[in-house]
Design a binder for this molecule. Structure first.
Ligand code: AHM
Ligand code: MG
Length: 334
């Protein structure tokens, strides 16, 4: 018989003692919210959810209607359960503290409600990314500072990709599991366990249009890949770029590859495009749990001590040997 997400989580709690009951319930609620978002995404133009919301988020990016809908679905689903103290989102300037009328729990939830916003209106895969932290014990009144924990402190992380199928991918520190949404049953069903990323790959993902702005180690690495069989790598590479991190990471977890969104000279004071706490950290933990590697070119992403909720970071993640090579090329430059 197929294993549902609920059963998988109960096993993680009871038999494996990986998660306490409160975290299990929290993850069930996140999954339920993802089902709701999947439903809205599926309706598309019929649900009147496409297009711009005529507003900007804290990072100055124009919000799409679905960015805001997904954010609301996640907040409304999670605020009353009693498991959370506060939430943080790409779409909110500051943290959302659970209102006084509900009990406050011990966990902090961070999310990018709808990643890959530029793909919403063109019917290409998008997704929700989430990360769960424990509220520090000393904290009485929860504050933004409580969220500033390195990625290695995460107690759960995952994403839900809304593509040809809706797939929820999760880690609680016991490997990576994938669940496919069965729309007839209305539940997520375990379809892949112990996901492993091949250590080698011939497929890279980077936005090549930024090439003239890259730092030398990035240019050197990609130049080697492009030289293919005739170059120092002695093999041909293929390229993919969906422009939805969830979809690119999902491909890498499924068949290997390397994904890069490095710092570049367009905006030299910005450390990168992607956000550390609700994009890079959860994805990096998933990748490491599947045997891959994730760095900012110089250090392990999960070791970075955040100083700001919305801080950005350079990202390189995926098949171990390629990420190691990319990172070594940066280190030899230093
Ligand atoms: P978003 O969270 O506003 O959607 O931005 C993040 C997305 C990633 O999913 C993707 O890897 C990247 O931005 C694509 O950026 P670009 O359009 O510069 O290629
Ligand atoms: Mg995003």
């Amino acid at each position: 018989m197929a294993t549902s997400l609920s059963r998988y989580l109960v096993e993680q709690q009871r038999a494996k003692h990986h998660i306490p009951p409160e975290l299990r319930l929290l993850l069930e609620v996140v999954a339920r919210a993802c089902k709701g978002i999947s439903h809205a995404v599926n309706k598309g133009a019929l649900g009147g959810v496409l297009g711009s919301a005529q507003s900007e988020n804290v990072q100055g990016e124009v919000q799409k209607k679905l960015d805001i809908i997904a954010n609301e679905v996640l907040i409304e689903a999670n605020e009353w359960g009693g498991h959370l103290a506060a939430m943080a989102s790409e779409e909110m300037d500051s943290i959302y503290v659970v209102p006084n009328r509900y009990p406050q729990g011990e966990y902090l939830l961070l999310f990018d409600p709808l990643d890959g916003s530029s793909n919403i209106d063109v019917n290409v895969s998008i997704g929700t990314i989430f990360s769960v932290l424990k509220k520090p014990e000393s904290a009485e009144k929860v504050s933004e500072a409580d969220f500033l924990q390195a990625g290695q402190a995460q107690v759960a992380a995952g994403y839900c990709v809304y593509g040809p199928q809706t797939t929820l991918v999760l880690t609680v520190g016991d490997g990576v599991a994938m669940f496919t949404l069965d729309r007839e049953q209305g539940s997520f069903v375990l379809t892949e366990e112990n996901v492993r990323i091949p250590e080698d790959t011939r497929e890279f993902a980077i936005n090549m249009s930024n090439m003239r702005h890259w730092d030398k180690p990035v240019t050197d690495y990609i130049t080697e890949c492009l030289a293919g069989k005739d170059g120092p790598r002695g093999k041909d590479f293929n390229m993919r770029w969906v422009a939805s991190m969830v979809a690119d990471v999902h491909r890498i977890l499924t068949r290997g590859g390397i994904f890069m969104y490095p710092w570049d000279k367009r905006d030299p004071d910005k450390p990168g495009k992607l956000r550390l706490m609700y994009e890079a950290n959860p994805m990096s933990w998933l990748i490491e749990q599947a045997g891959g590697m994730a760095t900012n070119g110089r250090e392990r992403i999960l070791d970075i001590q955040p100083t700001q909720l919305h801080q950005r970071v350079s990202v390189c993640l995926g098949s171990k040997n390629e990420v190691a090579r990319f990172t070594a090329m940066h280190q030899s430059e230093a």
